[in-house]
Design a protein around this ligand. Structure first.
Ligand SMILES: *Cc1c(COP(=O)(O)O)cnc(C)c1O
Length: 392
């Protein structure tokens, strides 16, 4: 049959939010004022100086042509500058940084650079679905590494069977973590480097939320740990830090051979990021950073309202130190899906079932802090009024 889908897309995991999305559409159609804690997409605007830079650069005809697919040197320098200021990490902008059309693009494509059909790669479960998706598209087999609440949602490297580790080529890690809000400390990153060294594994660290953090906590970069650059690459972007998810610009930084391979692959697929957008992202990275602190304060206030509110209803949630997510167990007698459906049905509030992030997300749900505190207050009140106290 001519139009039979290729196996690589037939093997992509099914879209688990489909049912919830259909229910949301039905509710809205019925006139319900749905409050969504579902989508993790900043609601606040991009900072003015970033927008002004775009406006200026978009008027320059020199920026209207194809950009280089690895990024302008001035953009890669801005990334290197930011790494030095923020983490004390030295990067060679020419060999250790490549631009991306958002970090999601690079996360999906890195698997094409290192995984052949039949290869094994390690993916945390629960985790951001793009890690497994990219590798599956490359024909490789994900090995899901469970992460548990009692271990602070950090993978236990010793629990990964040596034969699996031995045949693994890449491992994805992500702290501060989506969906759990977990953070990782020095000890953990040291262990990750040791593990990578022992089994010759490339660590792909996703640092998308390094600058959404609370109570004075400053998340580290994977690249600041000794040996990390030898075994790893870090994916990052301006999306969450400067409220630029729609702009589609990010980078990968770290091991030069990996940066080169990713750039080579990309030069065969895309033609880089619009130069005016690269200038604007660079303005964010090199400009005043007080916007980032102000942003985190806003999320922190929302976090406190949500967590305190849920805890009054019977939960016993810790306040996450970073990310704009709150991860919570479902009450007794419910599954992730049945509780999400109940909350939508009774309270008109959207939460994301934990199973959307992997089998191990079962029994949990995620709430995003990307709506106003008034709406969060309203969401908590509606859950309180319609469902009341719960038993966890
Ligand atoms: C939002 C997010 C990203 C960032 O995606 P961009 O493509 O850079 O917008 C990366 N990783 C995780 C885990 C995310 O939640």
């Amino acid at each position: 049959m001519k139009f039979l889908e290729a196996k690589r897309i037939r093997n992509l995991p099914p879209y688990l939010f489909a049912r919830i999305e259909r229910l949301i559409a039905e509710k809205r159609k019925a006139g319900v004022d749905v409050i969504s804690l579902g989508i993790g997409d900043p609601d606040r605007p991009t900072p003015d100086h970033v927008i002004e830079t775009l406006i200026k650069e978009v008027k320059n005809p020199a920026n209207h042509q194809y950009p280089s697919s690895v990024g302008m040197l001035s953009y890669r320098r801005a990334v290197a500058y930011w790494y030095r200021q923020r983490f004390g990490v030295e990067l060679d902008p020419e060999t250790e940084v490549v631009s991306l059309l958002g970090s999601k693009e690079g996360i999906a494509h890195i698997s094409w650079c290192y995984l052949d059909p039949g290869d094994t790669f390690l993916v945390p479960d629960p985790g951001y679905p793009v890690y497994s998706g990219g590798g599956i598209l490359a024909g490789a087999a994900p090995y899901y590494v469970p992460v548990y609440e009692q271990n602070g949602y950090l993978p236990d490297f010793d629990a990964i069977p040596p034969d699996v580790a031995g045949r693994t080529k890449i491992m994805f890690l992500n702290y501060p973590n989506n969906p759990t809000g977990a953070v990782a400390g020095v000890e953990f990153y040291r262990k990750a480097v040791d593990f990578a060294r022992e089994y010759k594994i490339l660590i792909c660290h996703d640092a998308a939320y390094s600058d959404i953090a609370y109570d004075g906590y400053q998340p580290p970069s994977f690249l600041q740990f000794p040996g990390a650059k030898e075994f790893g690459i870090e994916f990052h972007s301006v999306s969450k830090t400067y409220n630029m998810t729609g702009w589609r610009v990010g980078w990968a930084a770290g091991k030069p051979e990996v940066v080169e391979a990713l750039g080579r692959l990309k030069s065969n697929i895309d033609s880089g990021v619009f130069q005016a957008v690269q200038y604007a992202a660079a303005a964010g990275l090199t400009g005043p950073q007080d916007v980032v602190d102000k942003q985190s304060k806003i999320y922190q206030e929302r976090r406190d309202i949500l967590v305190d509110g849920m805890n009054r209803l019977g939960w016993n949630l810790q306040k996450p130190k970073a990310t704009f997510y709150v991860w919570a167990p479902v009450p007794k007698g419910y599954t992730s899906e049945s509780f999400a459906e109940l909350v939508l049905d009774k309270a008109g509030v959207v939460i994301t079932p934990g199973t959307g992030y992997g089998r191990n997300g079962a029994g949990y749900f995620r709430m995003a802090l990307t709506i106003s505190k008034e709406r969060i207050q309203e969401a908590v009140k509606r859950i309180s009024d319609s469902i009341g106290k719960v038993e966890i």
